[in-house]
Design a protein around this ligand. Structure first.
Ligand SMILES: [Zn+2]
Length: 424
């Protein structure tokens, strides 16, 4: 039985956090000087874990360990990039925690029939360039050559930036993997929310990564004198907005696997003594299930129309954005649950309200994710923290998952099943 050591593991995170352009938190943007400086360190660590290393055209750092019996491989990965003044664990946890396990395997001569590819995706956050998930999209052949021409705020193109860190952007097409070579995708990530802490659990199995849709609502009332207009003769657009917000919030609160927010409000004329005649507001709805999102949107729309009739206002709403989520592979979820049980922890499942690389990778293979508890649910912030004990538990769970991994050698049906967007 391999012994995983807290200090050995946490030392990786401390060292990685030194590659930051800010003193507070970690700022390691895609293709930055810090990214460039971190690459040789990451490669050295991967080599110490017995992996063959390379950097691909989109700046992903890849470590590969061939299987004993099969050419098929499990892709394990997460992103190396951070937000500005982000934490020490968002993204890089999913690279360094598996890397530590692979280093232990190397030390103890543990090998599997299947191959393992560990990927540190260059870009997931999309902070520097007007693109997101570039690293994972490239593996699916979903980064077009035209994307290389996008520029950052200083006018540096993605192509120039990639060349700067030592990648060869002309080789973009070579990033694409063959579906038939891939068993699946696994990522461990901090939860970035408070649920595991509330449940007093170190880890949880992710059922799905959320889909998002956004709506705009326009409310037209009638401006009038706030002193002379009787209360029962007003067409107050802001009052209607308040009722819509309350109604939407009630829907979000009572529905499982659904969250939402009215985050933006524009009020006209926005004056102390005038009845508001115009309010524009946004409604963002998140759920991994499109059916759940659409049902909520329909209920809110029906409420808006009944309100318009009742209060003699005009209310129009329209959807202006929708991105479908990704369902995690049911079979891999089950295997993760078994790995958790094997380590005497109660299995618990939850969906991810934040986006992750799996959103892109679902086009290539079945995906799976494990969440690690983080302190007070804080993330995208320099105060992001995890408990070393929890990280060791996650290491043991991942170890069990990798040792027991069952995979279908054909994969065809599994992949199709994982593409379905059924409710979770
Ligand atoms: Zn992340």
């Amino acid at each position: 039985m391999i012994q995983y050591n807290e200090n050995e593991l946490m030392a990786y995170f401390e060292k990685a956090a030194e590659f930051s352009s800010t003193k507070r938190g970690v700022t390691r943007l895609y293709c930055s000087q810090e990214h460039k400086n971190f690459i040789p360190v990451l490669k050295k660590w991967m080599q110490e874990a017995g992996l063959q290393t390379k950097i691909d055209a989109i700046g992903n750092v890849i470590g590969f360990k061939p299987g004993k019996k099969s050419n098929k491989k499990l892709i394990i990965g997460s992103h190396q990039d951070t937000v500005i003044e982000g934490g020490k664990y968002d993204g890089i946890l999913g690279v360094l925690l598996p890397l530590y396990i692979l280093q232990k395997y190397h030390e103890h001569g543990v090998e599997f029939d299947y191959g393992i590819e560990l990927v540190a995706f260059g870009d997931e956050e999309g902070v520097r360039f007007p693109e997101t998930l570039l690293g994972s999209k490239a593996l699916c052949g979903n980064v077009d050559k035209t994307a290389l021409q996008v520029v950052d705020k200083d006018g540096i193109s993605l192509k120039e930036a990639l060349t700067f860190i030592g990648a060869n952007p002309d080789d973009l097409a070579a990033c694409k993997r063959k579906q038939s070579d891939i068993i699946g995708y696994f990522e461990v990530h901090i939860e970035q929310g408070p649920i595991l802490e509330q449940k007093n659990l170190p880890v949880g199995v992710v059922t799905a990564i959320t889909g998002i849709q956004r709506h705009r609502v326009f409310i037209q009332g009638q401006a009038n004198h706030a002193g002379t207009t009787p209360m029962d003769m007003r067409k107050d657009a802001l009052l209607a907005a308040a009722q819509i917000i309350t109604f939407a919030n009630a829907i979000f609160t009572k529905t499982d696997n659904l969250v939402g927010v009215v985050g933006e409000l524009n009020v006209q004329p926005n004056a102390v003594n005038v009845i508001p005649d115009r309010v524009d507001l946004t409604i963002e709805i998140r759920s991994p299930s499109p059916e759940i999102r659409h049902k909520a949107a329909k209920e809110i729309e029906a409420f808006c129309q009944s309100l318009a009739t009742k209060q003699n206002l005009e209310i129009q709403s329209s959807k202006n954005y929708e991105m479908n989520g990704a369902i995690c592979d049911k079979d891999l979820q089950k295997q993760l649950e078994e790995a958790i049980q094997e380590n005497q922890i109660t299995p618990f499942s939850l969906f991810s309200g934040a986006g992750h690389d799996g959103l892109a990778i679902q086009a290539l293979s079945p995906i799976s994710m494990l969440f690690l508890r983080c302190e007070a649910g804080i993330s995208h912030h320099f105060k992001e923290e995890i408990k070393p004990d929890d990280a060791i538990i996650a290491a043991k769970v991942i170890d069990s998952f990798l040792r027991n991994l069952q995979y279908d050698s054909t994969q065809k049906n599994r992949h199709l099943a994982s593409q379905q967007t059924a409710p979770v």
